[in-house]
Design a protein around this ligand. Structure first.
Ligand SMILES: Cc1cc2nc3c(=O)[nH]c(=O)nc-3n(C[C@H](O)[C@H](O)[C@H](O)COP(=O)(O)OP(=O)(O)OC[C@H]3O[C@@H](n4cnc5c(N)ncnc54)[C@H](O)[C@@H]3O)c2cc1C
Length: 352
């Protein structure tokens, strides 16, 4: 009997699988990837200070102190490099914002996230940054497809990965284990992103998928850091840059659209005054939730069936932290934080 059957090998399922094997649990991961899945399309940014108001993101102190060491360790384990810790440069919108952050530099609540403050134009790029800007840390991006490729190879090597469609109707739920495809597992975890909505076990949880698009283009000079205000611009291995993203709460398909491209291009032009020739675009759907918090924990009826989902637009920063929390919960039942615990939605479960 194996310990865990994990459905989904996006960022959530992959990180979870290796964290469990590191603790000597046996796992089997089933995944049928597609080009629109969130983890393939994502830009992979992690950024402690976000939004128009430039606020510290939820749990920033806890999450960002462990994020880079976590992915560095995973890189060693998977023998691949996918963390690009190149920081983020965010131009100030006015003098007041510059003054404000100048003061925050000596405030210990903010200083860990400030690499430097620039009071004049960035010399390397033609940016709309006449009030200077802030270089943020720890910040950068994760090359998620690379991580997933090396993760898949490692899991295949351990005979712990099946690339196929998981069919819930073939699952047999016994009182203290599950059976699938003739194998028996102590516990089952759904890390299946937005497709949880199509399942019987967790179709009732309030995931609220949000579509997003990202453009790829040619910029004549190399980017040494991520540029971000309204949109982000980040470098890739191929010399192209990626620009995004937008948020569409109502959508009919998962295809790149002219409207999306126009919206991103307009924002890009108000950030960077250098020509970027757009070559293509991609679209995907984020597994976001009604209250913008992950949804983690036990099925209301079955003690050994769990959900690890709802990482929305911040999977890269949230998944390491909540993997640690989830593992502790699984091993000794330490309660999960109320804010992420699936119990907050139990009332939505259509009990028999
Ligand atoms: C445009 C865009 C930009 C983004 N930018 C960022 C960013 O900059 N930073 C950031 O942190 N996050 C970003 N995200 C969000 C990020 O992608 C997600 O938070 C994260 O990747 C979610 O990972 P996941 O494993 O939960 O879900 P997914 O990536 O959706 O993975 C779920 C997996 O489960 C598989 N699966 C489901 N059901 C089945 C089944 N029945 N059989 C087989 N396989 C199944 C799916 O095929 C998929 O491979 C972005 C997302 C989008 C769309």
């Amino acid at each position: 009997m194996k310990d865990y059957l994990i459905i989904g090998h996006g960022l959530a399922g992959a990180v979870l699988a290796h964290s469990l094997t590191e603790k000597n649990h046996s796992v089997m991961v089933i995944d049928q990837p597609n080009e629109n899945r969130s983890s393939t399309v994502a830009a992979g940014l992690y950024n402690p200070i976000t939004g128009r108001q430039m606020v510290k993101t939820w749990l920033a102190d806890e999450i960002f102190s462990m994020l880079e060491p976590f992915y560095r360790k995973l890189e060693q384990h998977l023998d691949a490099i996918f963390l690009q810790a190149i920081g983020i440069y965010r131009p100030f919108v006015n003098q007041e914002e510059q003054n404000d952050w100048d003061i925050k530099q000596s405030d210990e609540k903010f200083s860990p996230f400030i690499s430097s403050i620039r009071k004049k134009h960035h010399p390397e790029y033609q940016l709309d940054d006449r009030f200077g800007g802030i270089q943020l840390k720890p910040a950068g991006f994760l090359q998620i497809p690379k991580l997933l490729q090396s993760s898949k190879e490692k899991l295949l090597h351990q005979a712990s990965y099946l690339e196929e469609e998981y069919d819930e109707t073939r699952l047999v739920v016994a009182s203290n284990h599950v059976e699938y495809n003739g194998e028996t597992y102590r516990k089952l975890i759904y890390a299946n992103g937005t497709r949880a909505l199509n399942t019987n076990l967790f179709g009732w949880v309030p995931l609220r998928p949000v579509k997003g698009e990202i453009l790829r283009g040619k910029l004549d000079k190399p980017l040494k850091t991520i540029l971000n205000r309204g949109v982000f611009i980040l470098p890739t291995d191929t010399g192209l840059v990626r620009v995004g993203s937008n948020y569409q709460h109502h959508f009919e398909d998962i295809l790149p659209s002219n409207k999306g491209q126009e919206e991103i291009t307009r924002k890009l032009e108000s950030l960077l005054h250098e020509p970027i020739e757009i070559v293509d675009s991609v679209a995907g759907v984020r597994p976001a939730t009604k209250d913008r918090r992950p949804i983690i924990g036990k099925h209301p009826e079955y003690e050994h069936i769990y959900l690890f989902n709802g990482f929305g637009s911040k999977g890269v920063s949230l998944i390491p932290f909540f993997t640690d929390k989830f593992l502790t919960y699984l091993s000794d039942e330490t309660p999960l934080m109320e804010e992420v615990n699936i119990t907050r939605y139990y009332k939505a479960y259509p009990s028999k």
